[in-house]
Design a protein around this ligand. Sequence first.
Ligand SMILES: [Mn+2]
Length: 427
Amino acid sequence: MKIEHNQIEQHNDSLLTSHQRKLNNLKADWSHLDIESIIQKLVDFQIAIPSWALGTGGTRFGRFAITGGEPRTIEEKIEDVGLLHALNGASGSISLHIPWDIPQNATELKALASSYGLTFDAVNSNTFQDQADAAHSYKFGSLQNVNKAIRKQAIEHNIEVIKQGVALDSNALTVWLADGSCFPGQLNFRKAFENTLESLEEIYSALPEDWKMFVEYKAFEPNFYSTTVGDWGQSLLYASKLGKKAYTLVDLGHHLPNANIEQIVSLLLMEGKLGGFHFNDSKYGDDDLTAGSIKPYQLFLIFNELVEGMDAKGMNHAKDLGWMIDASHNVKDPLEDLLQSVEAIMLAYAQALFVDRKALIEAQETNDVAKAQEILQNTFRSDLRSIVAEARLRAGAALSPIGLYRNLSCRNNLVQQRGQKTVATGL
Ligand SMILES: [Mn+2]
């Protein structure tokens, strides 16, 4: 399904008066800010959609395919991301997961993606599952495995993923390892680290010059005693030893409870080793819930550090880090869910752009703790939704993405086109 330009215009016309009123009020309240430059930053900001989030996610216990019309092929996944991008103007790329997606004809895929205004974001390898035709099992780990032949198989898979990514004009590889141990004594931690580093070095040496490698960490699950890339310290160790193309990737759901993620972000940026983000939200563990649905204040505080830290280094907000969603669950239409995630991320970014940096520095330098809190909460508690909507309007997208998605009965259209019982590959 492709949304026509005039459908978006019609929708926007019906909401324009009310939107303008809210935007004008906001501009009047924040007249000391350069609103135009903030809007431009929001227009430029793009968040990659993961190919595995376009179908209904599963749980450990079962999967309820509630929506129908799920994308059956990589082409249909691109079509779905195109739909999201037409609606919100901020989902301009897709992050593929190999082998859940196997690109057959890169030239055709690039042309298809480009017809929707999309590019290919970081490619993701998978050594946390056994593949049907694989010679070896990853039951006891992949890059860390005590068996050299198994490590070799995992290394070769990652190099194959890089090749696929090169053909699609991607420029980053994300490596997330399930490697670790479930019981004390199972693993020699040092040897597991050394094996993993050695394997990553081989993969790193296959990276093209302009590529990045993102080393993603996760505290626990599926291994529950130790994880070989378990936290940002371990990821930073690997990334530092590997070289300048290797970075740490922060997935919001991959920390122990109550971790101060905003502080982690700040220090990784200071070290020039923050590579990118996987956005999601959680109440307990790696819940993969919609970004901003549980802890929107935390999401804002993270963006506050991102903006501050990137500005301190003169970085380009839109281009110098990888921005990706990594969420998937079982109870909402996945496309509506992704629209909500992107909206929450854009809003948190806008709030961070509105923070009075000068006043905050002053409050920090004079130990005025109450003032510092007031400054942060003043923007967090302000309704900035109209500024995000204005960025969408200028990008040619919809003032109310979910509103238009529902008005046009997009899901029904997809069900009619693809059928009720389709199941997307992925989680
Ligand atoms: Mn992730």
